[in-house]
Write a protein that binds this ligand. Structure first.
Ligand SMILES: [Zn+2]
Length: 94
């Protein structure tokens, strides 16, 4: 979650309007909420082995904001997809 106002760096409270500079942060908060939802979705998809969808959700989360969790999901899904492709090629070559 956002901890400081991106305009004046005042500590951020739950109010979508900054108490110090009055900046309206509601759209930023909406983006954060959406990114968090995409991040959760990516984790769920990863849990059920939907690698392509998990990676897409993680990508969309990362397009909205930086997230170590979404990065980890994307990397994990990428590796699983690679493994699957390698397995496919190996089977074709047998
Ligand atoms: Zn502010």
């Amino acid at each position: 979650m956002m901890e400081r106002c991106p305009v004046c760096r005042a500590r951020f409270k739950q109010d979508p309007v900054c108490s110090r500079c009055g900046a309206d942060l509601s759209s930023l908060l909406a983006i954060e909420t959406e990114a968090a939802a995409l991040e959760r979705q990516a984790v769920v998809l990863l849990g059920v082995g939907q690698w392509i969808e998990a990676r897409q959700a993680a990508d969309r989360a990362l397009a909205l904001q930086h997230s170590p969790l979404a990065l980890a999901v994307r990397e994990f899904a990428r590796r699983e997809l690679l493994d699957r492709e390698t397995g496919l090629i190996e089977r074709l070559l047998q």
